[in-house]
Every structure is written in C-alpha cells, then in structure tokens.
Design a protein around this ligand. Structure first.
Ligand code: GRF
Length: 209
C-alpha cells in the first residue's frame, strides 16, 4: 500500500535551524513527509528566508495586528485545514497557544525543547541548566498539551555539560542533538508508529522489508 506523505506545518519564530534540519532530512529521503507550511509570527526572522530558499509556503502574521491570540489562531487553523496539515511541529515558536489551535491538533502537535523535561521548562532552558549545575541536559520532543512544556514525552536525547561550558557552547551541542532527534521523531510520526495513551507514548518497532 502506498500512502501519501504526511503533511507538516512547522511553527518557528527565530533562526529555524530545526526547520532546516527537518527540511534536509525529508529531502534526503526516508521520511514519508512533506513540509506544507511554515507559520511565523516575526516577518524579520531568519527562518522566513530559509523557507523562501527551500520553496516552502509561509504564513506570516503580526500578533499586534489582531485583537486577541484567539483571533490569529482562528486564522492559522483555517489555513492549516486548507493546506491539509496533519502534523504541527513547534520548533522555536515563542508564543503561548490556546485551545483554538491546540484542540483540533491534540495528539498531532509536537514541540522541541532544549532540556531533558520535566527539568527546566519555559524560556532560557540552557541557561537554567547551566546555573543549576546539572551534568547532563539535552533535548526533548513531546506532544503539546495545555501547559508550558508539560505534554507527554516522545523522545529525549542527552547532552553532557562540560566544565567551562558557556550558554553558547552548550546550546550549540544541544542544537546538534535536536537536529537528529526531531527528524527521527517526525519519521516515527510519518510512519504511524507512535501511540499516545494518557501520558505514555510508545513507539512501535520498525517493520522490516
Ligand atoms: C531550539 O533550541 C528549540 O528546542 C527551542 O527553540 C530553539 C529553536 O532553535 N524550542 P532554531 O530556531 O530551530 O534554531
């Protein structure tokens, strides 16, 4: 049976290195998915230029131009539905989301976060880990729920904290881990191997040829 590629929207507000890593992994083959849309709330963000270069359509919006968060989210949901988006990937999207966006995509919306959750949720996760003095941190991909980085965890990758690390050097190694972790999870999603049951996520074994 040949099924059509999973249609993905990435939400990002900044550099978009995870967007780029995902695009490259999909282009490299082996992930039955396609990037249908980039959603970005900052027209000047680098990720917008990356999407342009890759030919990925972009929905750009300026939150200030809307009466409320719900108002722009309604517009986003309409576009996601029009584009037939099946999976939403939050990769550095710096906005809280409401039920308007979350509810239609619950179980089909994932986020990448630069720590081993539940440690160090929220902003500044790399700095929080350094200041706390942990020896191991990393990256987490999880389903999005109504909380701040609280949803069911799909996969994590550990990164060692080295003596002398600065926020920059540690963030760089965490980014490298993210660029492997996110495409791997998206591949599992595209292959329909992820099962969500309450807070527990299981990944079915790969079926051989
Ligand atoms: C990543 O560290 C991700 O975990 C966090 O935001 C950062 C985005 O980086 N949510 P980039 O824009 O993908 O380079």
């Amino acid at each position: 049976m040949v099924s059509s590629p999973l249609r993905i929207a990435v939400f990002a507000s900044g550099s978009g290195s995870n967007f780029q890593a995902l695009a490259e992994a999909i282009a490299g083959g082996g992930i039955p998915a396609e990037l249908a849309l980039l959603v970005c709330d900052r027209p000047e963000a680098k990720v917008v230029r990356r999407a342009e270069a890759l030919g990925v359509p972009t929905l750009l919006f300026r939150p200030k131009e809307y009466a409320s968060r719900e108002a722009y989210e309604r517009e986003i949901v309409a576009r996601l539905e029009a584009e037939g988006v099946e999976l939403v990937v939050l990769a550095g999207y710096m906005r809280l989301i409401t039920g308007i966006l979350l509810n239609p995509f619950y179980g089909r919306m994932i986020n990448i976060h630069p720590s081993l959750l539940p440690a160090f949720p929220g902003i500044g996760a790399v700095r929080q880990a350094l200041e706390y003095g942990v020896k191991l941190t990393g990256a987490t991909v999880h389903f999005v729920d109504g909380g701040m980085d609280t949803g069911p965890i799909i996969a994590q990758q550990a990164v060692e904290v080295l003596d002398g690390d600065t926020e920059e050097t540690l963030a760089e190694r965490i980014h490298a881990a993210e660029h492997e972790l996110l495409p791997r999870v998206v591949r599992w999603m595209a292959e329909g191997r992820i099962k969500l049951d309450g807070r527990k996520v299981t990944v079915a074994k790969e079926v051989g040829p």
